[in-house]
Write a protein that binds this ligand. Structure first.
Ligand SMILES: Cc1cc2nc3c(=O)[nH]c(=O)nc-3n(C[C@H](O)[C@H](O)[C@H](O)COP(=O)(O)OP(=O)(O)OC[C@H]3O[C@@H](n4cnc5c(N)ncnc54)[C@H](O)[C@@H]3O)c2cc1C
Length: 298
């Protein structure tokens, strides 16, 4: 698809024609997107979404790209990443209003500083608030969705609506947002609990220590690749199937955490997809269990 610079609506934010997706995903993999846009504010976002609608161009909203695999062929359409005015965080007592583009780590730091508890277990998840809502990010029994009061959404750039927690059908790594790719999450309201600052920081230190010990954080990855089946953790099944260290090109099953695929240098999306298929096959042959990927392929 040819998107020319001079056709684009004038926005305050950034637009890049032919953007490599490598640096927009935590796996550091992906071909070129026709257009990458960072809307600075709501007005920008509406202009871009109505441009896509008018020209019938597909769009895809990303957060920090930490649960995504972008094909080597890239993306034929517009990739949107929310800009600065979508990263604001405010609190009124225990209630938080946070922009969907804010990093989870910034939010957790903000709340911990104010003695607000409820998000500690999510420490170390490298996503944004928007991405964490969509994939219902969770760790050690805590999820962001458990704290959600409401979410403000923009539908195809036209209508705003507010969803309450009951409308969002949160499940394991899923929500109603996965089925509505033309909705953009703008803002999230959360209810936290008051806690002792020193307890909150001590819990954060404990969680970080556990993550450093158990996750291969020095290599690019997208976190867990497969959902845990109800019977056994996916990592256990992968290990039992003899897949630790299994490699396709530069994509490798981590020795440190069997449910992570790491990029050892120049892995391609094709390498990752071949590795996923091989792991699924070996696990099925060994245990009869079909693993389901939680990594989203754009
Ligand atoms: C080292 C590492 C550790 C991890 N640990 C965990 C963990 O413990 N628990 C866990 O649950 N996950 C974990 N993850 C996975 C990932 O970080 C989370 O799923 C995170 O919530 C994804 O957020 P993101 O902003 O990167 O979303 P992306 O990967 O960019 O996008 C995910 C989905 O959200 C959509 N999306 C993003 N923003 C918006 C928006 N504003 N409006 C509409 N749709 C939007 C995208 O279209 C896509 O469908 C880990 C990943 C890594 C690399």
């Amino acid at each position: 698809m040819q998107i020319r610079e001079n056709q684009l609506p004038k926005i305050k934010g950034k637009t890049v024609v032919h953007q490599s997706m490598e640096n927009l995903t935590s796996l550091k993999i992906g071909g070129v997107a026709d257009l990458f846009v960072v809307p600075e504010d709501l007005e920008d976002l509406k202009l871009i979404l109505s441009f896509c609608k008018r020209k019938k161009i597909p769009f895809f909203v990303i957060g920090n790209g930490s649960k995504l695999l972008v094909p080597d062929e890239g993306f034929k359409g517009v990739i949107i990443k929310l800009g600065d005015s979508f990263r604001k965080i405010e609190n009124h007592k225990e209630e938080i209003k946070v922009g969907a583009g804010a990093d989870l780590s910034t939010l957790i730091n903000f709340t911990a500083q104010r003695g607000l508890s409820g998000l500690e277990s999510l420490s170390g998840i490298p996503g944004t608030v928007g991405g964490a809502m969509v994939r219902n990010a969770s760790a050690f029994g805590q999820s962001l969705s458990q704290r959600v009061l409401s979410v403000k959404v923009l539908n195809k750039g036209e209508t705003y609506f507010v969803l309450s927690d009951k409308d969002m059908n949160f499940g394991y790594r899923t929500s109603t947002f996965l089925a509505h790719k033309d909705w953009v999450i703008i803002e999230v309201n959360l209810a936290l609990s008051s806690g002792k600052k020193e307890d909150i920081f001590s819990r954060l230190r404990e969680i970080r220590k556990r993550k450093i010990l158990t996750q291969p954080i020095s290599f690019p990855s997208a976190g867990c690749v497969f959902k845990n089946p109800s019977s056994y953790p996916a990592g256990y099944l992968i290990q039992q199937a003899g897949c630790l260290g299994l490699r396709m090109g530069d994509a490798q099953v981590s020795h440190q955490h069997a449910n992570f695929i790491i990029n050892k240098g120049k892995a391609t999306a094709q390498d990752v997809l071949r590795l996923i298929e091989e792991v699924k096959k070996r696990v099925r042959d060994r245990s009869g269990i079909s693993l389901e990927p939680e990594l989203e392929i754009i």
